[in-house]
Design a protein. Structure first.
Ligand SMILES: [Cu+2]
Length: 164
């Protein structure tokens, strides 16, 4: 086994991170045809989840757009049924997503508010995010840019999560 591994390693030369160069190599084609893949969140918590909530992401809405769950560990099973990438972001406290002077989402304010997200992933994929949530209201939103440059949020892609 060790010998086989050494052989593979030497066959690859000094390329210790064989995945990285190929990702870089593919990068120019990505904006056109390579949607981002799912990067699940909280996989280590999934076993403790007391609820699983299926959410469909589409242009430009969440379905359902109002979700109620019990406090504790919850898995969101997000399915992108649209044609663009989508994300599932959470703003604790609810209310409107803070915007900057240009009318775009204010990243600093979002960070201060403790916003968190399941990062954007491409059409046809299902991606899980598991969080342990405190009771309260959360605004759900997606600020991926549409082809016309506007955010999905500005096109109405938002919802509400109530954690009891
Ligand atoms: Cu979106």
């Amino acid at each position: 086994m060790a010998g086989a591994l050494a052989l593979v390693a030497s066959a690859c030369g000094d390329d210790g991170e064989s995945a990285a160069p190929s990702v870089e190599g593919d990068a120019p084609a990505d904006p056109g045809e390579g949607p981002r893949g799912c990067e699940p969140v909280g996989v280590e918590l999934e076993g403790q989840a007391s609820e699983t909530v299926a959410v469909r992401l589409d242009e430009y809405a969440f379905d359902p757009d109002t979700i109620e769950v019990g406090a504790g560990t919850v898995t969101f099973e997000a399915r992108n049924v649209g044609e663009e990438e989508h994300e599932l972001a959470f703003l604790p406290g609810g209310g409107d997503v803070p915007l900057n002077a240009e009318g775009e989402p204010d990243e600093d304010a979002l960070e201060q508010a403790g916003a968190f997200e399941l990062e954007a992933f491409g059409p046809g994929q299902t991606c899980n995010a598991t969080y342990t949530l405190e009771p309260g209201s959360y605004t759900l939103f997606c600020i991926v840019q549409a082809p016309d440059g506007q955010t999905h949020l500005s096109k109405g892609m938002r919802g509400e999560l109530v954690v009891r």
